[in-house]
Structure formats: structure tokens, C-alpha cells
Ligand binder design. Sequence first.
Ligand code: AMP
Ligand code: MG
Length: 282
Amino acid sequence: MICEVEMSYTEQFGVKPGRALKLDKIDPAFTDCRESHKDAAKELDRDRDKLRSLQELLYADGRFSLLICLQGLDAGGKDGTINHILGAMNPQGCSVVGFKQPTREEVAHDFLWRIHQQTPPRGRVTIFNRSHYEDVLVVRVHELVPEAVWSHRYEQINAFESALVDDNTHILKFFLHISKKEQLRRFKERLDDPAKQWKISESDYKERRFWGDYKRAYEDALSRCSSKRAPWFVIPSDHKWFRNLAVARIVVEYLEGLKMRFPRPSVDIEHIRREYHAAKER
Ligand code: AMP
Ligand code: MG
């Protein structure tokens, strides 16, 4: 089943630059016209195939790189999304970088230092599992630096991203939006499943208490740092299959819009073709 969408997901889930964002107005359980994973199976397959060819084209074309930033609360589905997107691509052209609490060396530098070192070179795709946005999210919520410092970071982030885009590093940023209820359900699943218990961290339940603070921090970060050139998307993520579908679709639409091309062969194809035919005759 393919939904007859009136609006592309790029438009529908894109955060309008500079406009106030209210996450409560976005339903985390939205699935468009589909009722189950089964309804989405064909589309998921189709987009996975497209992702694979587009990433190969990005690699061959060699002019652009793609940076995907994933943000979300605990159990929001960052790992699952990475698995889905990268699972479709050739591992030789991709990488994943996770950002945890900064090390002593990292905090001794400006907050973008560790980030810039990991941005993708031309022809490649990098996914950030958490990103420089932690420095206006967890850092703001827990007052790890004074407000005078974090409040200046939105502008610094915009300037940094703009410089990357100028240099053909394209940036897509996804906030995986889950409900508080779904987060609790996923925590419970982790508690009950021995294969998932390793994912539980001490801070998970503690951080739930800051749900409202995180929501406000996300609303500010997304509306202040979404731009046409480095857009943020709010992805309804209570249903993992819909989340995967929406993220993959937006990446596909974006890459298709880049008008990439295979480079001209560096060898004389006609000459090699003649050699091939001559070899066949022998
Ligand atoms: P996880 O992604 O579950 O492995 O957890 C990584 C942890 O590192 C999360 O609790 C993040 O909030 C935290 N973290 C990531 N970046 C920063 C940062 N810049 N400052 C403080 N904590 C951070
Ligand atoms: Mg965690």
C-alpha cells in the first residue's frame, strides 16, 4: 500500500525556520494512512533500494557529503534508525559517530571542536548519534554551563553549519519524537528482556523527571537552528516502522534533489570496447 500523500514528508515534518515550535501539537503516534508495519513494507523496501543507489551515486560523484544528526530522548530510537538507514547503504561509504559526555580533553576545547573532526569528507555519509545539539540540550537542562554561555551557542551552531553547507557538506537533522508513555513502555521492555538489559542506564528514569525541560530545550533548539539549508525534522517515532519510513523518505528526497551524476570515465571506453571485441574474436 502506498499512501497518496498531499505533502511530502520533507515539507510535512520540516521545522519552519524561526517559527515557534510546540511539540505537544505533533502526534508521536502518527502513521499517515497506514495501520501497521505490513502496510508500509513495500515502501520501506523501495526506499531502502533508493537509498542504496543514491549513496553509491554520492560516493561516485564525489562532490558532496551528507551529515545526518539524530537526536531524541532515551529510548527514542536513535540506534534503530541508524540500523535502518545504514543497513541500506554500502558500509564502505558510511560511518557512525556517537557523542557521549565530553572527555577532559574535549571540554578543554570549544564545544564544536570534537564535532568538526567527525564531519564527513566528500563522497561520504556520516550519522551522528547525538551531536553538538547536546550542548544546548542536556547542558541547558542540567545547567552544566551558565545560560550566558549556552544561549550564545544557537548562533554559533548556525554559523558552523552554514560554513559546512557552503563547502558541500549537506546536513539533515532529525528529532525522534516519542510520547512519555511509549518511553516507559520501551524501558519496561528493556527491563524484561535480558538481551536489552545492557541498554538500561542509571540516568534513564532520572532524566524522565526533566521531560518538560527537555521539551522546551528541544523546541528552542529546533526552531532556532532549523534553516532551509540545514533543516530539522520532527519525526513521529512511537511506531518504529513509521519512523524508519519517514527518515528514509526524507533522506531519499533530499539526495534526489542534489542532482548528482556519475563522473565521466577517465579511460577511453570506445578503445576498451574495441579491445574487448578483439579479445572475444581470438
Ligand atoms: P547514550 O547516548 O545513551 O550512550 O548516552 C550518552 C550520554 O552522554 C547522554 O546522557 C548524553 O546526554 C550525554 N552527552 C552527550 N553529549 C554531551 C555533552 N556535550 N555534555 C554533556 N553530556 C553529554
Ligand atoms: Mg541512553
